[in-house]
Design a protein around this ligand. Structure first.
Ligand SMILES: *[C@@H]1O[C@H](CO)[C@@H](O)[C@H](O)[C@H]1NC(C)=O
Ligand SMILES: *[C@@H]1O[C@H](CO)[C@@H](O)[C@H](O)[C@H]1NC(C)=O
Ligand SMILES: *[C@@H]1O[C@H](CO)[C@@H](O)[C@H](O)[C@H]1NC(C)=O
Ligand SMILES: *[C@@H]1O[C@H](CO)[C@@H](O)[C@H](O)[C@H]1NC(C)=O
Ligand SMILES: *[C@@H]1O[C@H](CO)[C@@H](O)[C@H](O)[C@H]1NC(C)=O
Ligand SMILES: *[C@@H]1O[C@H](CO)[C@@H](O)[C@H](O)[C@H]1NC(C)=O
Ligand SMILES: *[C@@H]1O[C@H](CO)[C@@H](O)[C@H](O)[C@H]1NC(C)=O
Ligand SMILES: *[C@@H]1O[C@H](CO)[C@@H](O)[C@H](O)[C@H]1NC(C)=O
Ligand SMILES: *[C@@H]1O[C@H](CO)[C@@H](O)[C@H](O)[C@H]1NC(C)=O
Ligand SMILES: *[C@@H]1O[C@H](CO)[C@@H](O)[C@H](O)[C@H]1NC(C)=O
Ligand SMILES: *[C@@H]1O[C@H](CO)[C@@H](O)[C@H](O)[C@H]1NC(C)=O
Ligand SMILES: *[C@@H]1O[C@H](CO)[C@@H](O)[C@H](O)[C@H]1NC(C)=O
Ligand SMILES: [Cu+2]
Length: 562
C-alpha cells in the first residue's frame, strides 16, 4: 500500500437554489449505499497495472437518483469530489478546503443532496491525482411524475472520457511537483475505460454500443480526463445537445461537441444512417502539453448487413481548431422549465476580475528545478497561487480558528498589462503564494470575469469550476476584457447554467450567480496540472438569517486532519 492510498476525499457534485431545496424536502427520498475504495489490477496498452478504484471498477459505479433525492454514500477505507450540496459543504470533498482526507481503514459518509439538478453529473476523487481512476457518473432522472424536456430516449448510455497513464499517477504528480516541471502526459485517452482500436493491444476491449435503426439514444457524456479538453464525434451522425452540468439547454444540433474536464453533456443521437459500424472518436483541443492521441468506441447497428472491415471514422476538428471550440460553446442557451426557472442576476453586488496565469516560483532551498529558468512551475488566480492550509478551511471557519487563511483575495488584478499579448513581452511570470479567500454575504449577487493571460506564452483554455453552485455563463470573447464595452455584449436573457466553463485561450469569460448556498466552496481550474500548481481560490458564503438558510451542522464525525 502506497501512502497516498490512505488519503482520499470525494467531490460529490453540488449545485442548488435554496428555494428549490424546500420543495424537494417534501418528496425527500433518502437511501444509503456502501462503497469500498480499493486497488484492482487493470490491463491496458499491453500491460497490467494496479489502480485505485471504487468497488474494483474503472470507471467507477454509476449512482442513479431522481431530482430532489438524497443519497448517503458510506465510503469505506479511502474516499474521493462535485452536486451543489445545499448548505452542506461538509460532503463536498476538496481536501483541505472542506475536509481532511479519509485515512486508511476509516470510512466517511457523504451525503448527496439534490435540489434542482437533472441530467448527468459525476463524482470524483479530489485528493492529489486520484481522480484519474476514482470517478463515475451521477445520473439524475426527472422527478417521479415529470418528464424530460425532450422525447424520452429509447436507451441511455453513459460515455465517460478518461486518461490512462502507464506510470503511477500519484508518482507522476509528486515527481512533477518536486522537480518543478510539467507532469508526464497520459499515454492514452479512454472511452468507458477503454483506449480503443487505435492503440496497441486495446482492440479487444473497445467499448461497443448496439443501435437499433430508427431509435434515439441519450449519451450521458462526462469529461473525466485530467488535462485535455475534448472534441467528440460519431461518424455520419448528428449530435443533439440537450443538457449540460445537470441543467437542460435549448437543443443544439452539431456534428461534434466540445467538452472540458469537469463538464457533463447530455446528447441525443438517432440511429438514422445506413446499418453499418461507425466510430465514436474523441481527441484533444490543444494545450501547452497535451495528449494528442485519439480514443474510439464503436456504434454497431443491429440486424443483418455486410459488416465493413473497419468502422467509418469521423473527421474530427483539428487539434488547433479554436473556431470550432468557440462556435460550439457560444451556442449554449438555458432552457427554462417549471421546476427550474431562470434567475440571472441583473444587478451585481460583488464584481471580480480574476486573471488566470501559469507562473514560476523559486526552486526551494536554492536548488535548480526543471521548470523555465531553473524555477518551479506554478499557477495563479489574480497572481496568488493557492496554498492548501493545514486544517481544512471549512472546519477552521466553522470553529472560528484563526491563522489558516486570510480574507483578502483581491477583486481585481494587482498588475494591469496587456494580458493577452502574443508573444508576451515583459516579466509577469512571478506570483505570490497564499491562502487568500473571499467572504460573500448570503444572497449577494456575484459577477466574475475570468481573464486568461499569455504569461509564459502559455495561454490555454481554462475550464474554471465552482463548487456549491451552478452559475450563468453570460459572455466571453478573445482579448482583454473591457469594463466599458463588454458588459453590453452579455446574454442576460437565456445564458446557460453550468458549473464549469472554458475560458478561451487568450480571452475572457464572465459568469454570474447568487450566493445563496452558505458554506466554503473551492473554485479552481479543472485542468488537474493547473489546479495542482495553485490555480484556485475559495469563497466563503455566510449564513442567511434563518436556520434554513444557514449551513447545516457538521456530521458527528469529521476526518481528523493529522
Ligand atoms: C427512492 O430511491 C430508490 C433508489 O433510487 C428508488 O428505488 C425508489 O423508487 C425511490 N422512491 C421514490 C418514492 O422515489
Ligand atoms: C495485482 O497483480 C500483482 C502481480 O500479479 C499482485 O502482486 C497484486 O496483489 C495484484 N493486486 C490486486 C489488488 O489484486
Ligand atoms: C462507518 O461505517 C459504519 C458501518 O457501516 C457506520 O455505522 C458508521 O456510521 C460509518 N462512519 C462514518 C463516519 O460514516
Ligand atoms: C409525461 O409523458 C407522459 C407520456 O408521454 C404523459 O402521459 C404525461 O402526461 C407527461 N407528464 C408530464 C408531467 O408532462
Ligand atoms: C515520466 O516520464 C519519464 C520520461 O518518459 C519517465 O522516465 C518517468 O519514469 C515517468 N514518471 C513516472 C512517475 O511514470
Ligand atoms: C458517411 O459520411 C461520409 C462523408 O460524409 C460519406 O462519404 C459516406 O458515404 C457516409 N457513409 C455512410 C455509410 O452513410
Ligand atoms: C502527437 O505528437 C507527437 C509529438 O509530440 C507526434 O510525434 C505525433 O505524430 C502526434 N500524434 C498525432 C496523432 O497527432
Ligand atoms: C493548425 O495547425 C496546422 C499545422 O499543424 C496548420 O497548418 C493550421 O494552419 C493550423 N490551424 C489554425 C486554425 O491555426
Ligand atoms: C495586446 O496584445 C495583442 C496581441 O499581441 C495585440 O493585438 C493588441 O493590440 C494589444 N493591445 C494593446 C492595447 O496593446
Ligand atoms: C495573501 O496571503 C498571504 C499569506 O498567506 C499574504 O502574505 C498576502 O499579503 C495576502 N494578500 C495578497 C493580496 O497576496
Ligand atoms: C434573495 O434575494 C432575492 C432578490 O432580492 C429575493 O427575492 C430572495 O427572497 C432572497 N432570498 C433569500 C433566501 O433571502
Ligand atoms: C451558521 O449556521 C450554523 C447552523 O446551521 C451554525 O452552526 C454556524 O455556527 C453558523 N456559522 C456562522 C459563521 O455563524
Ligand atoms: Cu487552467
Amino acid at each position: 500500500m502506497g501512502c497516498y492510498k490512505s488519503s482520499l476525499v470525494l467531490e460529490l457534485l453540488s449545485i442548488l437554489l435554496i428555494q428549490v431545496f424546500f420543495v424537494s424536502l417534501a418528496s425527500k427520498n433518502v437511501s444509503v449505499i456502501d462503497w469500498v475504495i480499493k486497488e484492482a489490477n487493470y490491463t491496458r496498452l499491453c500491460s497490467t497495472k494496479e489502480i485505485l478504484t471504487v468497488n474494483g471498477l474503472f470507471p467507477g459505479p454509476a449512482l442513479h437518483l431522481h431530482a430532489g433525492d438524497t443519497l448517503k454514500v458510506n465510503v469505506h477505507n479511502e474516499g474521493t469530489h462535485g452536486v451543489k450540496q445545499p448548505r452542506n459543504p461538509w460532503s463536498d470533498g476538496p481536501e483541505y478546503v472542506t475536509q481532511c482526507p479519509i485515512k486508511a481503514g476509516k470510512n466517511f459518509t457523504y451525503e448527496i443532496i439534490l435540489s434542482n439538478e437533472v441530467g448527468t453529473l459525476w463524482w470524483h476523487a479530489h485528493s492529489d491525482w486520484s481522480r484519474a481512476t476514482v470517478h463515475g457518473p451521477l445520473i439524475v432522472y426527472p422527478k417521479v411524475g415529470s418528464n424530460y424536456t425532450f422525447r424520452k430516449p429509447d436507451g441511455e448510455i453513459p460515455i465517460i472520457l478518461g486518461s490512462w497513464y502507464k506510470g503511477d499517477v500519484m508518482e507522476i504528480i509528486t515527481e512533477a511537483l518536486s522537480g518543478g516541471g510539467e507532469p508526464n502526459k497520459s499515454d492514452a485517452l479512454t472511452i468507458n475505460g477503454q483506449p480503443g482500436d487505435l492503440y496497441n493491444c486495446s482492440k479487444p476491449g473497445t467499448f461497443k454500443m448496439v443501435f437499433d435503426h430508427g431509435k434515439t439514444y441519450l449519451l450521458r457524456i462526462i469529461n473525466a480526463i485530467m488535462n485535455e479538453e475534448m472534441f467528440l464525434m460519431v461518424a455520419n451522425h448528428t449530435l443533439t445537445l440537450v443538457g449540460t452540468d445537470g441543467a437542460y439547454v435549448k437543443p443544439v444540433e452539431s456534428s461534434y461537441i466540445v467538452i472540458t474536464p469537469g463538464q457533463t453533456m447530455d446528447v441525443l443521437i438517432t440511429a438514422d444512417q445506413s446499418p453499418n459500424h461507425y466510430y465514436m472518436a474523441a481527441r484533444a483541443y490543444y494545450g501547452v502539453v497535451y495528449d494528442n492521441t485519439t480514443t474510439t468506441a464503436i456504434v454497431k447497428y443491429s440486424g443483418k448487413y455486410s459488416a465493413p472491415s473497419s468502422p467509418i471514422m469521423p473527421s474530427l476538428p483539428d487539434y488547433n481548431d479554436t473556431d470550432a471550440v468557440t462556435s460550439f460553446t457560444n451556442k449554449l442557451r438555458f432552457l427554462e422549465t417549471k421546476d427550474h426557472p431562470i434567475d440571472v442576476p441583473k444587478n451585481v453586488d460583488r464584481r471580480f476580475i480574476i486573471t488566470i496565469a501559469l507562473n514560476t516560483v523559486a526552486c526551494p532551498d536554492g536548488s535548480t528545478c526543471v521548470g523555465p529558468d531553473g524555477d518551479k512551475m506554478a499557477a495563479s488566480l489574480n497572481n496568488i497561487s493557492f496554498n492548501h492550509p493545514e486544517m481544512d478551511i471549512l472546519q477552521a471557519y466553522y470553529l472560528g480558528k484563526e491563522g489558516y487563511f486570510t480574507t483578502d483575495f483581491p477583486t481585481t488584478p494587482l498588475h494591469v498589462y496587456n494580458f493577452t499579448m502574443d508573444p508576451m513581452l515583459g516579466d509577469y511570470v512571478t506570483t505570490t503564494q497564499g491562502t487568500n479567500v473571499t467572504v460573500l454575504e448570503f444572497n449577494s449577487t456575484v459577477e466574475i470575469v475570468f481573464q486568461g493571460t499569455n504569461v509564459l506564452n502559455a495561454s490555454e483554455n481554462h475550464p474554471m469550476h465552482l463548487h456549491g453552485y451552478s452559475f450563468y455563463f453570460v459572455g466571453s470573447d478573445f482579448g482583454n476584457y473591457s469594463i466599458k464595452d463588454d458588459p453590453k455584449k452579455y446574454n442576460l436573457v437565456d445564458p446557460p447554467e453550468v458549473n464549469t466553463i472554458g475560458v478561451p485561450k487568450n480571452g475572457w469569460a464572465a459568469i454570474r450567480f447568487r450566493a445563496d448556498n452558505p458554506g466554503v466552496w473551492f473554485m479552481h481550474c479543472h485542468l488537474e496540472r493547473h489546479s495542482s500548481w495553485g490555480m484556485g481560490t475559495v469563497f466563503i458564503v455566510k449564513n442567511g438569517t434563518t436556520s434554513s438558510t444557514s449551513m447545516r451542522r457538521p456530521p458527528h464525525y469529521l476526518n481528523p486532519c493529522t
